[in-house]
Design a protein around this ligand. Structure first.
Ligand code: B3K
Ligand code: ZN
Length: 867
């Protein structure tokens, strides 16, 4: 271990800070190779006890420490590389420190570091302590004044949070900018940027008529790619005013894009820093999905200005307070901007394949975790996506108007505070007067609930009886986890038509609170098909009497996009599972699929409906009752795909050719839907018609956008012979090698080619000139793509895929622990597989034995091996 035996931090051990830091006056003097950070903090004791004055600070080189103007001698303080202990002070003091740090040598991309030529910061969760001494915890809020000094030629742009208050030239070609943020904030929201950047600038007039200057800063080469992010920002600002009544609170909002970034983006107050992959957009460098993703991430970070910044977290266990709520808010926004049905289906599909697997694996934890070793490991799908589902359930239980009233009350009541998930639920409770005591269990219990719903119809009484049973797994002591309060939205399809309930409307909300509960619905004129969990109203695994006829009826006539799609997913999964058992494909499925093809829904939804369940989703189903066999899953899925390709060849061909002369590219809903259906058709045709490869090549040649290019390339790479493959990949690289974001896609395309020999390709690509171990996007594109999205290559029977991943983790883990810990995920789930268990386990053991093991990797690997 690098850091000695790592300590586990427990939620129950929270205690308030010993002192407050009300003001922070920081000066950064940036030089080539090092930076001097001077800090003047006003400390004020908050607790009565004699607790010592201790500040966080990681690996800082101390140059000066003064208290109230008097320099401290070395023997007057102690510093162990992690914590600075000061001598006892009275009630308050002014603490001055000056430290030297090395941004150029910072490969962990946490704290102050350099991405290409740009100095930038990433402080959440605990990166500020790598910059200067502070109480690096979210419940210490200070007003920051920041001065940045650097060489003017190489760093003409100097930015920090809040408003720019002064700018001046200094001697020796240097200059300085002074920034002041009037809003008290925790240090994880601190940001600094210095570099040679250009900007696209616009302005936004708030509802009350204030002008806000908006800038998107990028390297000069990318300045033409900022419009979409800027438009997304303006739409987000307007939406938050209209829906939540929240108006932006500074005169300036800056976004900066950098290439080397551990995640997507960061909501620093007034100065959001983004991964270039989540900002830059043009038809040549961005896919349709990319356009939507950028819009939602820009919105997400903007929305944090209130859900996260103005009201922040008391401690990191409350992370979902800001993340779950903000993901929910960005999903509401995307649903309003685009197709709500498609957005919901995409979100559910993602949650069910990835979050459910996390919640069933060694890293399973409640939405509000009880303990951690390294908080960076808890920026998880559970905290974000399941957390958002929990907020969505509150929205469903309260209804839109009460939920918004509850949110407004929460923002007003806790403005400027650091609070807990419980405070959020209490605000909703107070406004709605609904008892949410049991609902709070969603924050406490890990695991995905199983919901079993049985429906009966009594024709004499004209009554539908639904018996709902919930099973939430067991606690570590073997006792059953108690029942949850969950909203189940249902509808009835009677004789092919939506039933109207007595109280009006075609959807009824059942509030399930008991382990077993019976609901009766009267005055139903005929035996209905029951449409369950409309809109995926609760994040559960649903089991119901889904015989073929019921599923076909739901696919054909249900009005709810999610239920329709889910019925097809379930039906197709059963068909694929039957294929694996050697059973023939039924005509009934073919006709349900045919009906789906001709249903009256838009192209985007149709493409979703006709896409077979993913291999990951099928693996999750298989894991419910046995071990996962990735080869069997792929084989059976491909067989079914071929049958559907041939059976419906005429329809696929017509969809493929329908947009032969497409309009100029636009990332609007209609065109995105058209392309999705066209690409799906091409992927089916490639299974049925050899000419499909020629069609793909023609479309590739004529395409005016990245979505078409990648969809056709995928068909050629996955379906063509080796010479076709190397020719198209070579040409594509030649054409686009100057665009880093496209080169990432090019790596992923190769890493996800479903073939055993992809292992060798990926190993070779590590040495490609465009690959860069310092750049997380490149690592994710090549290694992440291979290990998490290419099951048959990763799980190759000789273990070469696992060994490759083990090598990468060993190489990266000390330089960038956060990225390395995430790369471990596919290995940590080794217990669910039918093959390769020992080989995966031995890679984990090898990693656990590495010298200098980081806390991040130690925790993830330790949990996987322990369980
Ligand atoms: N709050 C950041 C995530 C920080 C991750 C730190 N390891 C981005 C977001 O969720 O908006
Ligand atoms: Zn967030």
């Amino acid at each position: 271990m690098r850091d000695g035996t790592p300590t586990t931090i427990y939620r129950k051990e929270y205690s308030a800070p010993v002192f407050s830091i009300t003001d922070a006056d920081l000066t950064f003097a940036i030089y080539d190779g090092f930076t001097l950070v001077s800090s003047i903090l006003h400390l004020q004791r908050q607790r009565e006890d004699e607790a010592p004055w201790v500040l966080d600070g990681e690996d800082l080189e101390i140059e000066q420490i003064e208290i109230d103007g008097t320099p401290l001698q070395q023997h007057e303080y102690s510093y162990d590389g992690r914590q600075l202990t000061l001598p006892q002070i009275g009630e308050s003091c002014q603490l001055l420190t000056r430290v030297r740090i090395y941004p150029e040598a910072n490969t962990a991309l946490e704290g102050l570091y350099r991405s290409r030529t740009i100095y930038c910061t990433q402080c959440e969760a605990e990166g500020f302590r790598k910059i200067t001494f502070f109480l690096d915890r979210p419940d210490v809020l200070a007003i920051f004044k920041v001065t940045v000094e650097a060489d003017k030629a190489s760093c003409p742009i100097l930015l920090s949070n809040g408003n720019a208050v002064a700018q001046e030239d200094l001697t020796e070609g240097r200059h300085r900018s002074v920034w002041h943020d009037p809003w008290p904030k925790p240090c994880y929201l601190f940001a600094l940027v210095a570099g040679d950047l250009e900007s696209v600038s616009e302005s936004f007039t708030t509802a009350s008529g204030r002008e806000v200057a908006l800038n998107v800063f990028v390297e000069a080469k990318d300045v033409n790619y900022c419009d979409h992010a800027m438009d997304s920002l303006k739409r987000s600002m307007k939406w938050d005013e209209q829906v939540y009544g929240l108006e932006y609170d500074l005169d300036l909002f800056n976004i900066v894009a950098v290439d080397d970034f551990n995640m997507g983006a960061m909501e620093n107050k007034g100065l959001n820093i983004f991964n270039t992959s989540c900002v830059l957009a043009s038809p040549d460098i961005t896919t349709d999905a990319g356009y939507l993703r950028i819009e939602s991430i820009v919105a997400h970070e903007y929305f944090h200005n209130f859900s996260g910044n103005r009201v922040t977290c008391r401690d990191w266990f409350q992370l979902s307070l800001k993340e779950g709520f903000t993901v929910f808010r960005d999903s509401q926004f995307s649903a309003d901007m685009n197709s709500a049905g498609v957005k919901r289906v995409e979100d559910v599909s993602f949650l069910r394949t990835h979050q459910f697997a996390e919640d069933a694996g060694p890293m399973a934890h409640p939405v509000r975790p009880d303990s951690f070793i390294e908080i960076s490991n808890f920026y998880t799908l559970t905290v974000y996506e399941k957390g958002a589902e929990v907020v969505r359930m509150l929205h469903t239980l309260l209804g839109h108007d009460l939920f918004i009233a509850g949110a407004k009350y929460y923002f007003a009541k806790h403005d400027g505070q650091a609070v807990t998930c419980d405070d959020f639920v209490s605000a909703m409770e107070q406004v709605s007067e609904k008892d949410l005591t049991q609902f709070r269990r969603w924050y406490e219990q890990s695991g995905t609930p199983n919901l079993i719903i049985d429906d009966q119809y009594d024709p004499t009484a004209r009554r539908v009886t639904l018996t709902v049973t919930q099973n939430n797994g067991q606690n570590s002591d073997g006792a059953s986890k108690p029942p949850l309060h969950l909203p189940v939205a249902i509808g009835l399809v009677v004789k092919g038509h939506s039933h109207t309930f007595e109280e009006g409307g075609s959807t009824r909300l059942l509030e399930v609170t008991e382990a077993k509960q019976v609901f009766e619905i009267d005055n139903v004129e005929d035996k209905p098909v029951v449409s369950l969990l409309r809109g995926f109203s609760a994040p559960v695994r649903l089991q119901s009497a889904d015989d073929d006829d019921t599923l076909a009826a739901l696919i054909g006539s249900d009005s709810d996009d999610f239920v329709k799609w889910d019925a097809m997913q379930r039906y197709a999964s059963r068909v694929i599972e039957a294929q694996a058992r050697g059973e023939p494909l039924s005509d009934a499925f073919i006709s349900a699929y045919r009906q789906a093809m001709s249903s009256d829904i838009d192209d985007a939804m149709k493409a979703q409906l006709l896409t077979l369940p993913s291999e990951e989703y099928l693996a999750d189903r298989q894991a419910q009752h046995g071990l996962v066999d990735v080869f069997e899953i792929r084989g059976a899925r491909e067989d079914i795909k071929k049958i559907l390709a041939t059976e419906f060849e005429a329809q696929w061909t017509s969809w493929f050719s329908r947009y032969e002369n497409p309009e100029t590219y636009q990332a609007n809903g209609r065109q995105i839907g058209q392309r999705a259906l066209r690409h799906l058709a091409l992927s089916y045709l490639s299974q049925a018609r050899p000419e499909a490869l020629d069609w793909a090549e023609t479309l590739l040649g004529n395409a005016d956008n990245l979505s078409d290019r990648l969809a056709t390339l995928r068909v050629l790479v996955n379906g063509g012979d080796e010479s076709t493959r190397s020719a198209v990949l070579g040409n594509f690289y030649q054409q686009w090698q100057h665009e880093a974001l496209i080169v990432n896609q090019w790596f992923t395309l190769q890493a996800t080619r479903p073939s055993a020999d992809t292992v060798e390709s990926v190993i070779a690509l590590q040495n490609h000139g465009a690959f860069d171990w310092r750049n997380p996007n490149k690592i994710r594109a090549l290694v992440g793509g291979f290990a998490s999205a290419n099951p048959i290559a990763f799980h190759r029977q000789d273990g070469a895929g696992y060994a490759f991943l083990g090598d990468v983790i060993a190489r990266v883990q000390s330089a960038n622990p956060q990225i390395a810990a995430r790369l471990c995920t596919p290995l940590t789930r080794f217990r669910r597989y039918a093959h390769g268990v020992d080989a995966m386990q031995s890679q984990l053991e090898r990693i656990a034995g590495l010298d200098n093991l980081s806390r991040d990797v130690f925790e993830v690997v330790g949990k996987a091996l322990d369980k």
